[in-house]
Design a protein around this ligand. Structure first.
Ligand code: PMV
Length: 359
């Protein structure tokens, strides 16, 4: 599908005031997206596990208004008005207005809550932007009842991408690919698609325990981070490597080779951080405790033959990934040896989830 397929059709506004509520999860990338072009087009393909417990729940109330020249909305987080969220939503509305005909017809009340603590250092943009995209698509569906379920999913992902790139990978489980790649049939730079192959049983219900090393605000916003890949000395090589890794992981996810999975996923995480360390200006987003945890994981793996591994987002927190069959032993290891490195001992147990849910 091309971009123009998502443009708003001229329709009559024949719907009443109403409300719609969706929950959408976060996701954790295995092959990372880092670097983009205009309009949130990724420089390389990426793939992520959809999470189950880290979710945003958004209730969107829409009321017709007289003045149709501007967007009009209020945002609430946990019942509290959040005017500092407005610029991001305003930018999002501006980006998506040509794909949704009704944005200036309504006043929107956006009430949102996260199942994970707000100040946990976990990015809520993927879950938040995909939840709001799903709410807007509920309205669009009423205006365009002929849209197929498949098209609605694609358009929801398309809109979510315009809010936050990685948000387009949050709508379905278990694995979603975003970015055009020759071996993933139907893949696109415009929206995420379900991983189209049968996944090996080793990856069923894979576990992700998120160790909260640093709950503070992100040191570098992802917008700034992505921009640092422009003129980055290693950028082109990185984009080639990511696309090669996507091909490799496609095989691994089918053959169930956990040693190869570990090597690829940990290398991706460290490469993401290496890109930040070698950009100008440069950043170190890991904390000493991030490294302590990584070393403990390596030592545990060596001592026990466990298949536990780590990945990182653009921050200090560590995602500990492991097969469901190791749930008891790895959780014990986390409690015994890793919790001490978490801020206030906090961590979140998550696993692969199914994506969007209408409430
Ligand atoms: O979606 P953004 O613009 O916040 O970028 C997210 C980038 C990473 O989380 C670091 C990697 C990824 O692919 O999710």
């Amino acid at each position: 599908m091309e971009e123009k397929g998502f443009l708003a059709k001229i329709t009559q506004l024949n719907i009443e005031d109403g409300a719609t509520k969706w929950s959408s999860p976060s996701n954790i990338a295995l092959v990372k997206y880092w670097g983009k072009r205009e309009q949130q087009i990724p420089e390389n393909a990426s793939i992520s596990f959809t999470l189950n417990n880290c979710k945003t729940i958004t209730n969107l109330t829409y009321t017709k208004k007289e003045n149709k020249t501007d967007f009009n909305f209020d945002v609430f987080l946990d019942g509290e008005k959040k005017d500092d969220f407005k610029p991001k939503i305003e930018t999002f509305f501006n980006r998506v207005s040509k794909y949704l005909s009704f944005l200036k017809d309504f006043h929107f009340k956006i009430e949102t809550e996260n199942t994970f603590p707000h100040s946990s250092g976990i990015a809520s943009s993927a879950s938040g932007m995909s939840a709001i995209a799903a709410c807007l698509m509920s309205i669009d569906k009423q205006l365009n009842p002929e849209m197929s379920e498949d098209f609605i999913l694609k358009k929801t992902s398309f809109l979510a991408r315009l809010g936050s790139g990685s948000a387009c990978r949050s709508l379905e489980g278990d694995l979603v690919v975003w970015g055009k790649h020759e071996i993933i049939k139907g893949s696109s730079n415009l929206y995420g698609v379900n991983f189209p192959f049968e996944t090996h049983k080793n990856f069923k219900n894979y576990q992700d325990t998120i160790l909260l090393v640093d709950k503070g605000e992100k040191q570098v916003s992802s917008t700034i981070g992505h921009n640092l890949m422009h003129n980055h000395p290693f950028a082109q090589q990185r984009f080639i490597q990511a696309n090669e890794n996507l091909e490799k992981i496609t095989t691994i996810l089918q053959n169930g080779n956990l040693d190869q999975f570990i090597a690829l996923v940990e290398s991706e995480a460290l490469t993401l951080h290496a890109m930040m360390m070698t950009s100008m200006p440069y950043f170190i987003l890991m904390k000493p405790n991030t490294l302590e945890i990584i070393n403990k994981i390596w030592a545990f793996r060596k001592a026990t033959n466990s298949k536990v591994c780590f990945t990182l987002d653009a921050g200090a927190n560590v995602h500990v990934l492991y097969p469901e069959s190791e749930k008891v032993s790895v959780l014990q290891f986390i409690k015994n040896e890793l919790v001490a490195y978490c801020q206030n001992g906090h961590y979140i147990c998550d696993s692969i989830g199914k994506g969007l849910e209408q409430l």
